[in-house]
Design a protein around this ligand. Structure first.
Ligand SMILES: Nc1ncnc2c1ncn2[C@@H]1O[C@H](COP(=O)(O)OP(=O)(O)OP(=O)(O)O)[C@@H](O)[C@H]1O
Ligand SMILES: [Mg+2]
Length: 254
């Protein structure tokens, strides 16, 4: 089943919010999703009450001590399971170079342990950098979901990212399927509408028709360690993420 990396090298664009609510929406749909937190900030891990005291019990144990991924899986309080992150994950770049072996490590681990099976889609929450960890996610996934927050420099960042993905396609020798989704959209702002227009022109059908509105329930739900469907089921945020999943499924992305 699908492995989705939620990636944008720009910080604070709603990667974790999107990963969290995508996992929750998949779990609500009867699937058994597995989240992988590949960000040393461990925000997804924290929101889902899956923190571990020792780095070796997080995904860091896989990179540093060759631990099996399946031994690191924990229950995720918002639904499904998670392989948690830990601050020690920031050492991975120094431990491993950017050679093909180190960037293929997660892909090989997922494949050899057959973690992406049947009704268990995998959602990888990436950190805001194009480092060894993010390259691991990009090489391991079959789809990339790119949240773009409708604010200053977002179009420039998206164009840079598109260039990076095109360069990586030469390495993997296939198209990397991707979908851009606009987040934190405020229809009252002309800038947000302008940004949407520019992205539509640039990315065509790679841009989700659904956008995620700026919505206080999305920010609040993370604060209460909940997904938006549990915290505020009738909010605009819940409707938007539900619509995003429906679109991704109906267009064959998931
Ligand atoms: N649609 C939204 N409406 C309101 N607040 C939002 C929305 N999406 C995300 N946020 C808030 O914006 C902040 C950044 O979101 P988030 O942590 O998901 O971004 P990120 O891309 O994962 O950040 P980082 O690059 O640090 O990992 C958070 O406080 C989050 O609650
Ligand atoms: Mg994040």
């Amino acid at each position: 089943m699908t492995i989705i990396a939620v990636f944008n090298q720009k910080g604070g664009v709603a990667k974790t919010t999107t990963s969290l609510n995508l996992i929750a929406a998949l779990a609500r749909g009867g699937l058994d999703p597995l989240g992988i937190d590949l960000d040393p900030q461990a925000h997804l891990t924290t929101i889902g009450n899956a923190e571990v005291a020792a780095g070796r019990d997080s995904i860091f144990g896989f990179y540093a001590e060759d631990r099996y991924l399946s031994d690191l899986v924990r229950k995720f309080s918002i639904g499904g399971n998670i392989i948690p992150a830990h601050i020690e994950l920031s050492k991975v770049d120094a431990l491993h170079g950017k050679g093909l072996r180190s960037v293929m490590r997660l892909k090989n681990g997922i494949q050899s342990e057959m973690l992406a099976h049947g009704d268990s889609p995998i959602v990888i929450d990436c950190c805001p950098m194009l480092n060894v960890l993010s390259l691991n996610a990009i090489f391991a996934c079959d789809r990339i979901l790119v949240p773009i927050s409708a604010d200053f420099l977002s179009v420039k960042g998206a164009i840079q990212l598109e260039g990076t993905l095109k360069a990586l396609e030469h390495v993997v020798k296939k198209r990397i399927e991707r979908r851009y989704v606009i987040t934190r959209f405020d229809a009252r702002r002309r800038m947000a509408r302008d940004i949407r227009g520019q992205l539509q022109e640039r990315f065509g059908s790679d841009l989700c028709a659904t956008h995620i509105s700026e919505n206080v329930s999305l920010a609040e739900s993370a604060y209460y360690n909940l997904d938006v469907f549990s915290h505020a089921p009738h909010s605009q945020g819940a409707r938007d993420y539900d619509a995003m999943l429906t679109e991704l499924v109906s267009t064959g992305f998931i």
